[in-house]
Write a protein that binds this ligand. Structure first.
Ligand code: UDP
Length: 245
């Protein structure tokens, strides 16, 4: 049993990136049939969960949730919950690729634009030659294509389904098709494929260490400023939030 920290009613297990990757690895090695949904919960999802009951139940039903973003970790510390560190989709994906390269795990990459989706698979094939890329599809599809994508993933049965459609679209998508995807793990990774493919610059380690990745992303993708307005609102609401025992 993990220990939990509550932030705005959401129970985050107190786990490090190492532990999260270990839990996911165990799920892959065990021959379970149910899809294990991993959600990296950011402040936007946390805030949306306050009003959106469906999204809240998706988060509650997930196999594993992790604290995406220093905001959630800091709030947990100020409220005595002490989450050990942030566990982002990007870092988790890189670690899964490393483990997958050793253990020959199979992947399906869904999401990002047409050229990024193609490029990312090339980059991954070069860097992680033992990873099995069973299939891929860009993330801008219509309803008819969506049905075919779900069918394709279901018939390919990847160990890990990577969904880079943006949050919380990816989380809703995975939940909607959970029973048909025949994947051991599914995880939404936001814009991670854009970074691996070199379309978006990776945040330098020093910025990450100083907990100002959000600032780096704001400088390099100024169009995100509207979305980041939610961060101060999240901080205030989360600090004042009355957690139920
Ligand atoms: N995306 C997609 N289909 C869509 C909308 C977005 O494939 O209909 C991709 C987009 O190209 C990008 C990722 O989803 O690669 C979202 O990246 P972002 O950094 O905005 O992730 P978030 O922080 O929203 O999770």
């Amino acid at each position: 049993m993990e220990n939990f920290a509550k932030v705005m009613g959401i129970r985050f297990p107190k786990i490090t990136l190492d532990r999260a990757v270990g839990i996911i690895g165990n799920q892959i090695e065990q021959s379970k049939t149910d899809l294990f949904h991993v959600i990296t919960v950011n402040p936007e999802i946390t805030m949306a969960c306050q009003k959106d009951i469906m999204l809240r139940s998706i988060v509650d039903e997930a196999g594993l949730i992790t604290a995406y973003g220093i905001g959630i970790v800091m709030i947990s510390r100020l409220r005595g919950g002490n989450l050990p560190e942030r566990v982002t989709g990007y870092d988790t994906l890189l670690r899964l690729l490393e483990s997958g390269n050793r253990k020959q795990w199979s992947f399906y990459f869904l999401g990002a634009d047409v050229s990024t989706n193609e490029k990312v698979c090339k980059v991954i094939r070069d860097k992680y030659p033992n990873v099995l890329i069973l299939g891929r599809h860009h993330g801008f599809f219509n309803q008819e294509e969506e049905g075919k994508i779900v069918e394709e993933i279901g018939s390919l049965r990847p160990d890990i389904l990577i969904v880079a459609l943006g949050a919380p679209y990816a989380e809703r998508w995975i939940h909607k098709y959970k029973s048909r995807l025949n994947s051991k793990i599914a995880i939404g990774v936001g814009g991670s494929l854009d970074v691996i493919a070199g379309k978006v610059r990776e945040t330098p380690e020093s910025w990450k260490r100083m907990n100002v990745e959000w600032l780096y992303r704001l400088i390099h993708q100024p169009s995100r400023w509207r979305r980041q307005l939610i961060l101060p609102r999240f901080a205030i609401r989360a600090l004042l939030f009355r957690e139920r025992k």
